[in-house]
Design a protein around this ligand. Structure first.
Ligand code: GLY
Length: 557
């Protein structure tokens, strides 16, 4: 899809003109709602970090307002990574060093799990904790632990059936696969790109394909469990463990499949994964109630909402909307995610009254076992914060008259040679605006911190900063309310960047040909911050800003 379509989509979102879900038009989840939810999260997480002893990890809320805890070294427990993951997400959003310290403190005790081969849940344990830690700090210690954990997970691969087996604790099963494991594949996919074995990618893709073949029903609904004969690979059982019945669709298991296919597509770009993600998503959206928070099982007659499913699906759909080529479908997924976030950030689900130690109310862990019914769940909270992060990173960003208000954090992992792409829409015929990228450690208080500056100049043309002055390799004028697609190739080690601009009609134009980073900017070895600065006389919008390494390494969402 062209950047222009992406931008128009974003503009429609803002104006509320865009497509509707079956359940109604998109609601008002916006920056303000995101920021209020983050305030609640900061308060809850601070309290949890003060009250929970180090080495124990919150899992679900208890009736007395405390957390049920799981020790760091519990081998079968799958939830220990989420609390540190939430701390990393708040650090990423705030860049306050105290949050980084807290996140590191709660991440490191999980190192004890790296050689654990007794569980398939190493992705759940390690990607929110160590995965985010490495993304946000670039500290090689985290990468090394991730690689060892991936090796442990790979040891559970059965080449005959092509799956990562799960659930050794259940003596009734032989070689079982569950929908949940889709989430654990990210550890293999990430590790295969970051120094691990290339074959780990194939294991993950094979498992996802087996999930598509055996867990997804023809109508897009899902089983929870498939059990195989380890010798012949024949299916012995298909049904459920945590859901209502063998023919029903357990809501969270379905969320894992939506999220999982989307994530596997991010790493593999295999079109079967994109098609699968859409198939299971379309089924799910067609089964949603008015408030978009599903029943714990889509077919159960026992009513009990599960906010954790809604949070995981909201996060997944914000990503999936980036990948689908059809503009209407893209809008359906984006708007559905916003409706889910709108519901979750309403008083019905967001615990502003502190009745629970968690952020979201009304989640279900395992209803058939009578466990964790109508509680807060640490993973629901984590995916809610992840969805807010994705929302904040991919919506329409308006330029601001102040540097602080116009600055967004992008993380410290955007090193090496990076490609930034986005659409820009001037909202005035002439304005004085700058799109500046700065190092994650810079304190952005003026234009001189931007190593890379793309300007909408008062003369009505784009230009870019070349060492000591604004210049342009080729002239590109701009007009109010037109959409320009921008591509920047930033060579951080060389301190140089190129910029191409595609006007609404006509081909891409080279605006800056290997311009030097601003000579007065602080040392810039990552693209850690983006600032959109304008004057009061006229603003501009940026839509769909993405960063990705060029080429290889970890793919952008
Ligand atoms: N094991 C993952 C879940 O309960 O959702």
């Amino acid at each position: 899809m062209s950047g222009g379509v992406k931008a128009r989509h974003g503009v429609y979102l803002l104006l509320g003109l865009c497509c509707t879900l079956a359940a109604g038009p998109v609601q008002a989840f916006d920056e303000e709602a995101a920021s209020s939810a983050l305030q609640v999260a900061r308060r809850k997480l601070t309290r949890t970090a003060e009250e929970v002893p180090l080495g124990q990890y919150p899992k679900s809320s208890e009736p007395d307002g405390t957390w049920l805890l799981v020790p760091a070294d519990n081998r079968v427990g799958w939830t220990q990574g989420f609390f540190p993951g939430e701390l990393w997400l708040i650090y990423d959003q705030s860049r306050e060093p105290d949050w980084r310290t807290l996140a590191e403190t709660w991440t490191r005790p999980l190192e004890v799990q790296q050689y654990n081969t007794e569980t398939h849940d190493l992705g759940f344990k390690f990607m929110p904790s160590y995965g985010l830690a490495y993304e946000l700090t670039n500290d090689d210690y985290y990468r090394q632990v991730l690689l060892r954990a991936a090796g442990s997970l790979a040891s559970r691969y059965n080449p005959r059936v092509g799956i990562i087996s799960c659930c050794d604790w259940n003596p009734d099963w032989h070689l079982p696969m569950v929908s949940d494991t889709m989430m654990n594949l990210e550890l293999l996919l990430w590790a295969s790109r970051n120094g691990g074995q290339p074959g780990w990618r194939d294991m993950a893709l094979n498992h996802a394909l087996r999930t598509l073949a055996d867990i997804v029903r023809p109508d897009g609904s899902t089983y929870h469990v498939v059990d195989y004969d380890p010798d012949t690979g024949a299916q012995l059982f298909r049904g459920t463990f945590q859901g209502y019945s063998d023919t029903s669709t357990w809501a969270r298991g379905h969320a894992w499949v939506i999220y999982g296919f989307t994530m596997v597509y991010r790493y593999t770009r295999d079109p079967r994964m994109l098609e699968a993600a859409q198939r299971v998503t379309d089924y799910y959206l067609g089964r949603l109630p008015e408030d978009t928070v599903p029943n714990w099982d889509l077919d159960a007659p026992i009513p009990q909402k599960d906010s954790s499913t809604a949070a995981a699906v909201a996060s997944a759909l914000l990503e999936l909307s980036n990948y689908v080529p059809d503009a209407d479908k893209k809008a359906v997924y984006w708007n559905a995610a916003l409706r889910m976030l709108d519901a979750l950030s309403s008083p019905a689900y967001l615990d502003t009254e502190d009745t629970s130690p968690g952020i979201l109310l009304h989640a279900v862990g395992h209803l058939p076992a009578g466990q964790e019914v109508d509680v807060s769940l640490i993973y629901g909270d984590y995916y809610f914060l992840e969805a807010i992060r994705r929302f904040q990173r991919s919506g329409i960003w308006s330029s601001q008259p102040g540097f602080a208000a116009g600055t967004r954090t992008l993380g410290s992992g955007n090193t090496g040679v990076q490609v930034a792409e986005f659409d820009v829409m001037p909202r005035a015929q002439t304005l004085d605006g700058v799109i500046g990228h700065a190092d994650s450690s810079a304190r952005v208080t003026s234009r001189s911190e931007f190593a890379l500056s793309l300007r909408l100049s008062p003369a009505g043309v784009f230009d870019a900063y070349d060492g000591t002055r604004y210049a342009a390799t080729n002239a590109v004028p701009y007009e109010a309310n037109a959409i320009y697609h921008v591509r920047i190739l930033a060579d951080l080690p060389a301190g140089r960047y190129s910029v191409w601009i595609k006007p609404p009609s006509g081909p891409e134009v080279l605006l800056a040909d290997r311009f030097a980073f601003r000579s007065s900017a602080p040392v810039t070895d990552d693209l850690g911050q983006l600032t959109l600065k304008s004057t009061a006389a006229g603003e501009f919008w940026v839509v769909g800003h993405t960063l990705r390494p060029a080429p290889g390494a970890r793919p952008a969402e």
